[in-house]
Design a protein around this ligand. Structure first.
Ligand code: AMP
Ligand code: GLY
Length: 430
């Protein structure tokens, strides 16, 4: 079977590396891909917005499955258009992608189905004054979120009224998030430990993949600015079997029921961002796709035919036995360009890549580019080094990951030194 992956980051490299292991995979294309995906498949220059070109490519190359990596093409309706052209897709249509693309929609859905989440109120741009009045009465911190997509930057945590007033003015008056900030949700701040869960579904049945934990801030001990994610590990011990049971019953089952009731035929991955609080797990957000860098630690741990799992979801008959987690630990440390998440340089040569990979180390490319037979930096998050071991020994896995990343270098390289440390001092809330 021939497969096309849409996207070009570390997540798509991890998807490609896992899909190509399947005995069912004949030819794998990645659009646009990166130098890492070029080693496992063929990169093709297709724009995710150019639907006629993608359809033509799929027909010509007999593509039996398209896997959409990022959220934007899903929110824009790429999966619907491909399905209209009889091409199977792993990824929800526009209706399902609202769980990420419209925070007001997802909060209403959670409210309607009693899915535990932070208390919230929604305000439109024209109700700026009412929002200020509301903020004046609140206890702090509060969280203000633009309701539309904002490239992972639409969440502002405010410590006091002054900060909240400024945040609201930034969104409503200065329009820092454009039309994505036409409305906001103002949320209660949740305390606890975060975890990410991927749920693979064909719209009816579902399979839960092992929980992981992302590290959003740029600096050690969760300091500095938010980023796309600086590292992850799986499985995350904070997700005890009791917590997972609770997530399944109180969050995943009602989420599936809500989608069903809304007649949303969701075929893809539901990523649930959770806060494990002292009152139990609560939803921070839904995403309509796999997470990055969580994919780089969850997928290497799965045994069996991953392509079959995605294909069976896309074709509406989930095969739950074909790909499962049995044992093992994975840690991914992301190397970013100096300055990221603010302005950073591109075009610096990356050294050491050829020496680090072995059976237990995989380097996932993200912001890299091939130039004159060299690999150079080409983005904020440049690459992720994942260590994978058979045992459930996070300390050993961490040592391996850091040994490997220390052999890679480029001008201004930055990586956190504490990825996975939270696993050791976790407080089991439930
Ligand atoms: P998001 O861009 O929605 O993934 O949010 C970015 C980060 O903001 C999350 O990973 C959390 O660390 C934090 N966050 C979002 N909502 C809340 C909340 N209600 N309470 C506490 N932290 C939050
Ligand atoms: N790692 C966070 C995300 O993919 O949204």
């Amino acid at each position: 079977m021939n497969v096309l992956i849409i996207g070009g980051g570390g997540r798509e490299h991890a998807l490609a590396a896992k899909i190509v292991e399947s005995p069912q995979c004949d030819k794998l294309f990645i659009a646009p891909g990166n130098p890492g995906t070029a080693k496992v498949g063929e990169n093709v220059n297709l724009d995710s917005k150019d639907v006629p070109k993608i359809v033509e490519f799929c027909n010509f190359n007999k593509i039996k499955l398209v896997v959409v990596g990022p959220e934007q093409p899903l929110v824009d309706g790429l999966a619907d258009e491909l399905r209209d052209n009889h091409i199977a897709v792993f990824g929800p249509g526009k209706d399902g992608a609202q769980i990420e693309g419209d925070k007001a929609f997802s909060k209403q859905m959670m409210f309607g189905y009693k899915i535990p989440t932070a208390d919230f109120v929604r305000f439109k741009r024209e109700n700026h004054d009412a929002a200020l009045e509301y903020l004046n009465m609140k206890e702090y911190p509060v969280v203000i979120k633009a309701t539309g997509l904002a490239a992972g930057k639409g969440v502002l945590i405010c410590e006091n009224f002054e900060e909240a007033k400024k945040a609201l003015s930034d969104i409503f008056v200065d329009s820092i998030f454009g039309v994505s900030g036409d409305a906001v949700v103002i949320e209660e701040f949740l305390k606890g430990e975060e975890a990410s869960i991927f749920v693979i579904t064909d719209g009816k049945d579902y399979q839960i993949l092992p929980a992981s934990q992302d590290h959003k801030r740029i600096g050690d001990n969760d300091t500095g600015k938010n980023t796309g994610g600086m590292g992850a590990y799986a499985p995350a011990p904070v997700m005890s079997s009791m917590a997972l049971q609770c997530v399944d019953m109180e969050i995943i089952q009602p989420t599936m029921e809500a989608l069903w009731d809304k007649e949303i035929d969701y075929r893809g991955c539901i990523y649930i961002g959770l806060m494990i609080t002292k009152d139990g797990p609560k939803v921070i957000e839904y995403n309509c796709r796999f997470g990055d860098p969580e994919t780089q630690v969850v997928l290497p741990l799965l045994e069996g035919d991953f392509l079959e799992l995605l294909k069976s979801a896309a074709y509406g008959k989930l095969n739950k036995e074909c790909c499962v987690y049995k044992t093992g630990t994975a840690i991914c440390v992301v190397a970013s360009a100096g300055g990221y998440p603010d302005a950073y340089e591109k075009g610096d040569e990356i050294s050491g890549l050829e020496t680090v990979e072995d059976d237990s180390i995989y380097v996932y490319h993200a912001g890299t580019k091939a130039e004159n037979e060299k690999i150079v930096t080409n983005g904020g998050r440049v690459l992720g080094v994942t260590a994978i071991i058979k045992d459930n020994d996070i300390k050993l896995c961490k040592t391996k990951a850091y040994e490997a990343i220390s052999k890679i270098n480029f001008k201004g390289i930055h990586f956190r030194k504490d990825i996975s440390d939270k696993a050791f001092n976790k407080t089991p809330f439930i």
